[in-house]
Design a protein. Structure first.
Length: 160
């Protein structure tokens, strides 16, 4: 009888133990991820290493977006190179050699000398050149202008 009562008691206790509810599992998993994000990162990298075609498939599905990202990166890099070059040039100003045997515009004995550094592909350089020419026309006896090539763009280097 004691054995039977013990078994019934055990069954009663065990019957109260049920499988955890799904939301409890989700909460525990979320807590573990938040406490140890490196584990998830490690698992994701492992999955990608074992299945690299998955990444390629996704990139192929998003090929236009991937191309736009690459093109933007290329433009950003070119802009950074130009900015770095400009900063370097501004930090180390040119000390131009004024050689009257070189072509120039304006009065050879003018009290003001402008040395115009320009890039053939630069829109702003073209605008500045027009302004400088207007100054020479307005003050022909006071200004002389020497032009120096300072190519920023690859095509300009060939043109210079």
């Amino acid at each position: 009888m004691k054995k039977l009562a013990g078994m019934l008691l055990m069954c009663g206790l065990l019957s109260g133990c049920t499988a955890p509810k799904p939301e409890m599992i989700q909460e525990e998993a979320l807590k573990a991820v938040q406490e140890h994000p490196e584990i998830i990162k490690e698992q994701v990298f492992k999955a990608i290493r074992e299945n690299p075609d998955v990444v390629m498939d996704i990139l192929k599905e998003k090929n236009i977006e991937v191309l736009q990202i690459v093109e933007k990166g290329s433009r950003d890099l070119a802009e950074k190179k130009r900015d770095d070059r400009l900063k370097l040039d501004l930090a180390n100003p040119k000390n131009p050699k004024i050689d009257l045997s070189r072509p120039f515009i304006g009065n050879p004995n003018a009290p003001i000398t402008i040395v115009e550094y320009s890039d053939f592909q630069c829109f702003y350089c073209g605008k500045a050149a027009g302004i400088v020419q207007d100054l020479v026309k307005k003050y022909p006896q006071n200004i002389r202008v020497f032009f120096k090539h300072m190519p920023f763009h690859e095509m300009s280097k060939m043109e210079a």
